[in-house]
Design a protein around this ligand. Structure first.
Ligand SMILES: C[S@@+](CC[C@H](N)C(=O)[O-])C[C@H]1O[C@@H](n2cnc3c(N)ncnc32)[C@H](O)[C@@H]1O
Length: 321
């Protein structure tokens, strides 16, 4: 499968993010099975890959995938999560996109090895300008990507656009529960610069919810999961074997930079400055002009009241999309 490469202006945010993630990616091999997430360290989990796959399972589980679901994964990283979702939640069709070109070489290799290149397709692009037609997907997810996007708000409207009515989005992301005070202000500013987080994305849980609502999403559920993410990830990153593997992969400077980001993240978490959130939201059935007024499912479910993911196509609707 050929992927069309995008090029970002050298002064753009996208260029800076891609440079940040590209250090040594070619050396990554199967370290951490290619996962870059914090992991969800529930129920005594002590192995990184188990924690990483537990997180993917929980996020994908919130989507309510059914056979035939059309899934969009934004910030797919090195593709491990898409192979996992395909194997555990299939049969589904997945289009996965990431900004970092080098990540996609690993993703393609994994899809080929997993013999699922026809159902799991990778794309190079940005979350804020999704290269997909309006209403192409029944479900969308993004794991630890949205805090990087310029901006998260633009991403929300893009996801809204490409989701069909009744579609569901699930996210694993970060929020800022309280404003920084005193010396925390320059600390957060430095972390933001280092980790490539736009100022506009420093959302509290309340502003996060408001942005989803403003994009049109309803039935928004936001759960804090910091206690199951930050401490376990930090423990893993401090293991001497993990440190030396990362120094080998990213180089001495890249490895050090990673350690600084890890310290900043755990420090901010310990001070109640950052939280890890699991999010689920729905695009109401009546949101689409293509839902006929006579659709019984739409009539039975007023747009703000959907509490369950709606199978696609909604039962009894003859939708021409
Ligand atoms: C922390 S990694 C998570 C990757 C993957 N979800 C995982 O958990 O292994 C963040 C990812 O976001 C991607 N990313 C950052 N900004 C992006 C954007 N605007 N559009 C698409 N991907 C983006 C990066 O390239 C990187 O792969």
């Amino acid at each position: 499968m050929e992927i069309a490469r995008q090029y970002w202006a050298t002064d753009s945010h996208e260029h800076a993010v891609e440079a940040f993630y590209s250090h040594g990616v070619e050396n990554y091999g199967d370290f951490h099975k290619g996962y870059l997430n914090f992991g969800l360290w529930e129920d005594g989990i002590s192995d990184y890959v188990v924690a990483a796959e537990n997180l993917v399972h929980k996020v994908a589980g919130r989507l309510g995938l059914t056979p035939g679901s059309r899934v969009l994964d934004v910030a797919c990283g090195m593709g491990a999560q898409d192979i996992y979702i395909y194997e555990k939640f299939g049969p589904v069709e997945i289009d996965a996109l990431d900004l970092t070109w080098k990540h996609l070489a690993h993703a393609l290799r994994r899809a080929k090895y997993g013999q699922c290149e026809h159902s799991v397709r990778f794309h190079h692009g940005s979350a804020t300008r999704l290269p997909f037609a309006t209403e192409s997907f029944t479900h969308a997810l993004s794991i630890e990507g949205p805090f990087h996007y310029h901006t998260r708000e633009r991403f929300f409207s893009e996801v809204w656009r490409v989701l069909r009515a009744g579609g569901v989005v699930a996210l694993a992301d970060f929020a800022i529960p309280r404003p920084p005070r005193g010396w925390e202000v320059p600390f957060i500013a430095a972390t933001k610069r280092l980790w490539k987080i736009p100022e506009e994305n420093l959302d509290s849980i309340a502003t996060y919810r408001r942005k989803l609502e403003a994009a049109g999403f309803r039935n928004i559920q936001i759960d804090e999961a910091g206690e199951y993410t930050f401490p376990g990830y930090y423990r893993e990153q401090r293991r001497p074997e993990c440190r030396s593997a990362l120094a080998r992969i990213r180089g001495v400077v890249g490895g050090r930079l990673g350690q600084i980001v890890d310290h900043a993240a755990i420090g901010a978490y310990a001070r109640g400055l950052v939280s890890y959130i699991l999010v689920r939201a729905e695009k109401p059935l009546c949101a689409s002009v293509q839902v006929p007024i006579s659709c019984p499912a739409a009539a039975a479910a007023p747009c703000v009241e959907l509490s369950q993911p709606v199978p696609w196509p909604a039962q009894g609707c003859a939708l021409g999309v």
